[in-house]
Write a protein that binds this ligand. Structure first.
Ligand SMILES: Nc1ncnc2c1ncn2[C@@H]1O[C@H](COP(=O)(O)OP(=O)(O)O)[C@@H](O)[C@H]1O
Ligand SMILES: [Mg+2]
Length: 255
């Protein structure tokens, strides 16, 4: 049997009185592009934040390539190859698009923002950053200020910044949200291409048609619990999954 690249065991996260995650576990084999779905408030973002180390689980373990990383800092996890793209994109507005990518690479390597700033302007780093911008399709914006970028390009910059650390596992929190259908299609194609190139991924996405198009396997959360885990088509037809979505829509309609 193959050792999972990422393994999450019985992770529980409380925020005050709220149980955001309750004994959630799953594993990810190298090369997978896993879809993480569930109604609003299900715990999807919290799960990615627990994997990356921004949120400390109250219980449970996280393993990367067989190594227990549960208590490591986010910087240490980045150096081991874990990257997260955020739902809300916040690049540094005081520097160009390409310098944002250089900074992300330097920060991951050195664990220090100050040292990372010193790397900005170096030829080798800039060349690599330029390649990443081309890879995600925004090379034309390299010298622009992030403030001037449309949302689609900002989302691509967020992916380029995550790629700058050479991740083994890329965690994507709704990278397609807010994009028009053409932009979403292009970014989804980019993600599939990167996955085919060897980067293992977890993708949070609320458009189920899109998820079905891109992901072979799904993990479904509802109210902090895992309610399904399996092949996409079967999982989307699972009565518990259908009920979670319909129940949530009914509740939303009442409010
Ligand atoms: N930092 C936080 N402090 C308090 N409650 C939080 C925090 N982050 C998330 N929650 C709560 O945890 C639950 C899961 O949230 P989240 O992981 O953001 O869900 P999703 O990404 O699936 O929409 C929600 O009830 C949310 O309000
Ligand atoms: Mg979320």
């Amino acid at each position: 049997m193959t050792t999972p690249l990422l393994q999450v065991d019985a992770v529980t996260v409380h925020f005050g009185g709220i149980t955001a995650l309750e004994r959630v576990g799953f594993s990810l084999v190298a090369g997978e592009l896993l879809g993480l779905i569930g109604p609003n408030g299900a715990g999807k973002t919290t799960l990615l934040r627990a994997i990356i180390g921004v949120v400390a689980p109250d219980e449970g373990r996280v393993h990367l390539a067989g190594r227990d990383i549960t208590t490591l800092s986010t910087d240490a996890r980045a150096r081991l190859g874990l990257a997260l793209t955020h739902q809300i994109v916040r690049p540094f507005r005081s520097m160009s698009v390409i310098d944002n990518v250089v900074l992300a690479a330097g920060h991951a390597k050195t664990g220090s923002l100050l040292k990372a700033v010193a790397a900005v302007g170096r030829v080798a780093e800039e060349r690599r950053a330029g390649e990443l911008l081309a890879l995600v399709g925004i090379a034309d914006f390299a010298q622009a200020n992030p403030a001037a970028l449309p949302l689609g390009a900002l989302k691509r910059l967020e992916v380029a910044r995550a790629l700058a650390i050479d991740p083994k596992v890329l965690l994507l929190d709704e990278p397609l949200a807010g994009l028009n259908s053409v932009e979403a299609e292009r970014l989804a194609e980019t993600l599939v291409r990167l996955n085919a190139g060897g980067i293992t991924m977890i993708l949070i996405e609320h458009n189920l048609a899109k998820v079905a198009e891109v992901c072979a396997r799904l993990v479904v959360l509802d109210n902090g619990r895992k309610i399904a885990d399996g092949a996409t088509r079967e999982t989307l037809a699972d009565p518990a999954v259908v009920a979670a979505y319909i129940g949530k829509e009914a509740a939303d309609a009442r409010t």
